[in-house]
Design a protein around this ligand. Sequence first.
Ligand SMILES: NC(=O)c1ccc[n+]([C@@H]2O[C@H](COP(=O)([O-])OP(=O)(O)OC[C@H]3O[C@@H](n4cnc5c(N)ncnc54)[C@H](O)[C@@H]3O)[C@@H](O)[C@H]2O)c1
Length: 263
Amino acid sequence: MDERVSPVRGAGLLAGKTVMISGASSGIGAAAARLFTGEGAAVVVMARRENELKELVLEIEASGGRATWSVGDVTRPEDVDRAVAMAVERFGGLDGAFNNAGYAGVVFGPLHELPQEDFDRIMDVNVRGTWNCLRSQIPVMLAAGHGAVVNTASSAGLIATGAPSPYVAAKHAVLGLTKAAAAEYGAHGIRVNSLVVGTTRTEMINAAVEAEPALKEAFVARQIQRRMAEPHEVAEAALWLLSDRSSFATGSHVAVDGGILAT
Ligand SMILES: NC(=O)c1ccc[n+]([C@@H]2O[C@H](COP(=O)([O-])OP(=O)(O)OC[C@H]3O[C@@H](n4cnc5c(N)ncnc54)[C@H](O)[C@@H]3O)[C@@H](O)[C@H]2O)c1
């Protein structure tokens, strides 16, 4: 690599960058906000729950980081636009985006037994939400001539993991959107990748286990490491993909799945 464009040694991996994180009120998104700000980024955290976002921002500021929040639902384009505008107004641009908000539903079972509304909601949050984020973020990145985007998919984006079928379909679609966007904007300096995430100890999994306790054992057993990930372990891969260290990675995915795909 040309030394002139190598990241500065000793500086945080995201030093000088502004990153928007959706679905940041808990789990992987909140862990990412802590990690990214520790690596020098200014972040705009977005989700629907204001109290959680506010507490997260105060925690980050107390440890010397830069963060602000924007309350919104990723299924509503105007809410996403507001978060993007906040990044530009408050921090001067948008270098990276972690499009991480997602919803799996809490009913696990064969598709003919799932509530019809689960299909709509799961598609809406995961697919339309990612689409809304890309549509809003890309113009700012095009104007700047650079950008890096990471969309949170899942091992269910590549195989039928036993997750609800609309979620399997939705996360396959997230991988498709990632590839299409990467192809369309690669020549404009914008990289788009996704994370293929294995079972992670977050509210999403807690909700499923609460609804169906037997799921807990299955969630652990399907990973060859025989445990769930902690949210910060997943955020580490997003950090790399958003940093200049991953400069030749685009249109692809990084799997942080405890080995689900290996078996
Ligand atoms: N936990 C897992 O096992 C697992 C596995 C694979 C993929 N994922 C994916 O990881 C991502 C993060 O989930 P998590 O595991 O941290 O769970 P989580 O429930 O803790 O976090 C999900 C976040 O998305 C937010 N969110 C949900 N719907 C939203 C909407 N319409 N608008 C804005 N925000 C919304 C939630 O409020 C929350 O902040 C999701 O995309 C999920 O599909 C999780």
